[in-house]
Design a protein around this ligand. Structure first.
Ligand code: SOE
Length: 407
């Protein structure tokens, strides 16, 4: 006789039931792989979850490097072929953290294999790929599978609070959405030609990398899609040293020879919402001194909100319904238990950071899976962002002519 059988989902006598596992397989182990790993590793220790994330397997092409990444980040096993990972029957959800040129192929295969999918942004390198992914996600949803895009900045408590305040009407009719995403890691002309600077791998440059984030955030906060854009893009340094040895997108050493940069270094564009609100955007890797400055300001009839990712525990609010004598922007320290995500973390005033957005992303996806609810941002949302990026590129090619975003 063996041991008495434990009913599924329960622990020893008297203990709370253990939620069923959600077995994760991740593809990619560079910066985003590390960030998503941090999210999966942490989420179950902080939030009460209806499913228990298990870090089952991580995948990368270099056997020694992926084994080291598995050990460092806490994955149980390592694979060197993403097709083998997708085929495993002990994986429920595939998390894609690779460069954009493999998102579509892996996501389509994972959905076809019956997995849920989380895909890093931008969803794809082209509108056509994103359309195929969105259609596959719709078909998979009918079979009970979910697909989400990793626009993690929706999960900063301050931006989530901004969304809540906007839906509560604190800004009234929206007039302006002003968003910039400024970095400076590319200012050195000797920085090598990594995959992020090559169109065939990255799709576009600052536009797809940083612009995708701010387009998503602007539309999420405004609660509507952009109707059209007018854009300028520029590649300031057109040739760079080839990378030598191991390189990731943001770090590399040079080898002999140079190659052509085939993506934009910066994109500046304006946009119009159907409601009549105007938007402006700037995405650049050349803003000396700005490391990760995603800044936004929204002005509405009844008030304004402002946020800076480099001070991500703060949200600034101006209530224009107050008398001018004592109104003005005031700082909300977004660390209260009633603020989004924060009841599970630290006492008021003990702030969060960049990495927490990935735990929040994992939390929201686990809930969506357990409830069979379509997660946001969906692949359809990712496709819509891709259409905005395409309209920006088209407008820039035509000397900034106003270009409608395809519906
Ligand atoms: C590099 O520009 C990068 O890592 C982006 O790819 C991320 O999406 C952003 O969150 C931080 O900067």
């Amino acid at each position: 006789m063996g041991q008495p059988q434990q009913p599924e989902g329960t622990d020893d006598e008297g203990a709370a039931p253990t939620p069923p596992p959600l077995r994760i397989g991740m593809v990619g182990y560079a910066f985003m792989g590390a960030a998503h790993s941090q999210g999966w590793r942490t989420v179950g220790h902080v939030f009460d979850l209806p499913r228990r994330p298990v870090m089952t397997a991580i995948c990368g092409r270099d056997a020694a490097a992926v084994r080291a990444a598995a050990d460092r980040h806490g994955w149980e096993t390592a694979e060197t072929d993403w097709r083998a990972l997708v085929a495993r029957d002990d994986i429920d959800l595939v998390d894609i953290c690779t460069p954009g040129d493999s998102h579509a192929e892996i996501a389509l295969a994972a959905l076809a294999a019956g997995k849920h999918v989380l895909c890093e942004k931008p969803l794809a390198n082209t509108v056509e790929e994103a359309e195929a992914m969105s259609a596959a996600a719709d078909a998979a949803y009918a079979r009970g599978q979910l697909a989400m895009v990793g626009f993690n900045y929706r999960r900063v408590p301050a931006t989530a609070l901004a969304r809540r305040m906007i839906t509560e009407g604190r800004l009234g009719t929206l007039r302006h959405v002003r968003v910039t995403y400024l970095q400076d890691w590319l200012t050195d002309p000797q920085f090598p030609l990594t995959w992020r600077l090559r169109k065939e791998h990255a799709g576009s440059g600052a536009l797809g990398d940083l612009g995708a984030h701010i387009v998503d955030l602007a539309q999420y906060l405004a609660g509507e899609p952009l109707a059209g854009v007018s854009a300028l893009t520029e590649t300031f340094v057109r040739h760079r040293p080839l990378p030598g040895g191991p390189s990731s997108g943001l770090t590399a050493v040079s080898a002999d020879g140079t190659g052509e940069v085939t993506v934009d270094d910066a994109a500046v564009f304006t946009g119009r919402f159907a409601s009549g609100a105007l938007a402006s955007f700037e995405a650049t890797r050349y803003a000396t001194g700005r490391k990760n400055a995603l800044r936004l300001e929204l002005n509405g009839e009844r008030g304004s909100l402002a946020f800076d990712l480099e001070r991500l525990n703060e949200l600034w609010f101006h209530d224009a319904t107050e008398p001018d004598t004592h109104s003005g922007f005031r700082r909300i320290l977004v660390t209260e238990p009633d603020h989004p995500y924060l009841a599970a973390w630290w006492p008021p005033g003990h702030g969060l950071g960049y990495e927490h957005t990935f735990a929040h992303q994992a939390r929201d996806l686990v809930h969506a899976v357990a409830e069979g609810r379509r997660p946001e941002p969906s692949f359809a949302d990712g496709l819509q962002v891709q259409r905005v990026l395409a309209a920006v590129e088209e407008s820039a090619e035509k000397n900034s002519v106003y270009t409608p975003v395809a519906a």
